[in-house]
Design a protein around this ligand. Structure first.
Ligand SMILES: N=c1c2ncn([C@@H]3O[C@H](COP(=O)(O)OP(=O)(O)OP(=O)(O)O)[C@@H](O)[C@H]3O)c2ncn1[C@@H]1O[C@H](COP(=O)(O)O)[C@@H](O)[C@H]1O
Length: 107
């Protein structure tokens, strides 16, 4: 677990996810693993590490929920969303495609 960020201000989730996905795409295209955590996760030999981060971050959300710790839940959800966006980059799933998946479930 990393440093908590208490008292964060509300943002716009659509803009934030799009901005973060764009940074992740840029790191995937041109950053070296030495300088970028994202690039490290996307190196072929780190494939299992990326997938294990999904399980790890999910577990951390569960523990934070058990503690009913609002700030900690938010923090770990941020970690999971970031790692999910790295997975989306790796497997070529766009945010608009993901939106379509969710929209198709709307009743
Ligand atoms: N949003 C994130 C983000 N969220 C989480 N993380 C990293 O995910 C990891 C979380 O795992 P843990 O909490 O278990 O911490 P850890 O033990 O240090 O992690 P591991 O060594 O086990 O992977 C930490 O290393 C965090 O730094 C992130 N790393 C990057 N970003 C974004 O991605 C951008 C590009 O980052 P770089 O690729 O590093 O340039 C950054 O500017 C940020 O906006």
């Amino acid at each position: 677990m990393g440093v908590r960020t208490a008292n964060v201000q509300d943002g716009n989730i659509g803009e934030t996810l799009e901005g973060l996905a764009a940074v992740i795409h840029e790191r995937a295209a041109s950053a070296s693993p030495e300088e970028s955590y994202t690039a490290r996760l996307l190196t072929p030999e780190k494939g299992d590490k990326l997938l294990s981060k999904l399980a790890e971050e999910s577990s951390e959300i569960i523990m934070a929920c058990k503690d009913e710790d609002h700030d900690h839940i938010r923090y770990e959800m941020g970690d999971l969303l970031y790692h999910m966006l790295v997975v989306a980059e790796k497997y070529g799933i766009t945010l608009n495609e993901l939106a379509g998946e969710l929209d198709a479930r709307r009743k």
